[in-house]
Write a protein that binds this ligand. Structure first.
Ligand SMILES: [Zn+2]
Length: 447
């Protein structure tokens, strides 16, 4: 006797689709069968797609730090409603830099999550010796900046080489935000001294050259040291090219991108101001540039998608000059809708969606085979999707404390109807069940 049966649905995995019934026992997928098997409870998924719960590996929930922007309950409710059942979180304003920090954050988050979560640490230039104990204590990855950003000090190539050596020795993975410190610094100086305060300064300050130079250095150092590196938020086909060339040459590098680099154009910075302040900024000058990013998703030169969820409220985005406003966009509510809509319009297949937002990110951080997959033995994290349902993204339905989205008003085809976490229904039609039952997931080093 199984606990739950999801019957008559179409199972979608990266490897293909199949009409199979799925059965759950003790929170795990226990059987996939053509026939009906006995289950205490059943759920009819006729005309629906059954996908693994999505795995969003680059998320900032500001908790503890600035919970007026977001917190774990609100951010993970957004995840649950959108079909994301696993996140990896890190918050720059309250970085995890020691084993004690990790233990304290774990204690604090107990009972605050609606989906399962892993936690990332921040690498710090004068604390490279902290890598090994943190990795063994169970952090999911180390966040690294090449430029001082959000108050986190950047790594110049010398310390970065040393850090990568330590990461390679312990087998740890890192996520690198790549913009060159000296290029962004000298551009900032000249823009500020000319008195510029218009939103256009963001794109000039965070120039594409800064990203390309930093990624070249990071990829080369990865190759020289053997460090496992994920490049965060690739913003352009040129940036993707640096990573895929290095990977082809044997570096252990892969790249993620985010919906903003697949859907938003650079010109929106001028019309929307601080609501489009994030870095790297959107660089597309038209639909052909966006097409090239979707091509890179399809040809495998981008490994996976994450949101880089970093919300501020509209009010917070309106405070102070363009220089002072927080970087970042909300995204957990909207990433899955944007991807389902892309699948409905044929930009990607539903199978590729599952690879990009579930299987590949879970693989990149050692969360497979427990997370990101519809296989027997995996956690029964799964979502039911109506691929043809049309709806419009509205602010009132968002769960994030941001309360707004760059995708507000977009008509979307495809909607997550139900979300199950380890066999329990946690979201139904956008309503998230109380209390949250999300659990901490230790990283590879602790397994
Ligand atoms: Zn980020």
């Amino acid at each position: 006797m199984f606990d739950l049966g999801i019957e008559n649905g179409t199972i979608v995995r990266g490897s293909g689709q199949a009409r199979l019934n799925l059965y759950v026992r003790d929170g795990r997928i226990a059987a996939l069968a053509n026939e009906r098997l006995p289950a205490r409870e059943t759920c009819d998924a006729a005309n629906l797609l059954v996908m693994p719960g999505m795995v969003d590996t680059h998320v900032h929930l500001m908790d503890p730090a600035d919970t007026s922007r977001e917190d774990f309950p609100s951010g993970t409710r957004a995840a649950a409603a959108a079909g994301v059942t696993t996140i990896i979180e890190h918050t720059h304003a309250s970085p995890v830099r020691t084993v004690g920090d990790l233990e304290e954050k774990r204690r604090y988050l107990n009972g605050r999550a609606y989906v399962d979560y892993a936690l990332a640490a921040h690498a710090w230039p004068d604390r490279i010796e902290a890598v090994e104990p943190l990795w063994q204590a169970g952090v999911a990855f180390f966040k690294v900046f090449t430029c001082t950003t959000h108050g986190v000090p950047g790594f110049l190539p010398g310390p970065l080489r040393e850090l990568f050596g330590a990461l390679a020795a312990s087998g740890a993975t890192c996520l690198v935000h790549g913009e060159d410190e000296s290029i962004t610094q000298s551009l900032e100086q000249s823009l500020r001294s000319s008195g510029r305060e218009d939103p256009g300064v963001i794109a000039e300050w965070r120039h594409p050259d800064a990203e390309l130079v930093a990624l070249s250095v990071v990829c080369r150092l990865s190759q020289l040291t053997g460090a496992r590196v994920v490049i965060a938020h690739l913003s352009s086909p040129q940036a993707v090219g640096v990573v895929s060339t290095a990977a082809a040459a044997g570096a252990s590098v892969r790249g993620e991108t985010c919906p903003q680099y697949l859907t938003l154009e650079a010109s929106e910075l001028l019309s929307q101001g601080a609501l489009r302040k994030f870095t790297p900024p959107a660089r597309a000058s038209g639909p052909q540039d966006l097409d090239a990013m979707w091509d890179a998703l399809n040809d495998g030169s981008i490994s996976h998608i994450s949101t880089d969820h970093a919300p501020s409220t509209r009010q917070q985005k309106a405070q102070g000059s363009i220089w002072d406003v927080h970087f970042g966009l909300p995204g957990l509510d909207t990433t899955m809708p944007v991807l389902l809509d892309a699948a409905a319009s044929g930009r990607i297949s539903h199978e590729r969606l599952v690879q990009l937002y579930a299987e590949n990110p879970a693989d990149a951080y050692g969360l497979s085979p427990r997370k990101g997959r519809l296989d027997v033995g995996a956690d029964a994290d799964l979502i039911l999707v109506d691929p043809g349902m049309q709806w419009t993204i509205t602010a009132s339905e968002l769960h994030s404390k941001a309360g707004w989205s760059p995708f507000e008003g977009r008509t979307i085809t495809g909607r997550v109807q139900r979300t199950f976490l380890r066999g329990q229904l946690i979201a139904d039609g956008g309503t998230v069940a109380d209390p949250g039952t999300g659990a901490f997931l230790p990283g590879r080093g602790a397994q």
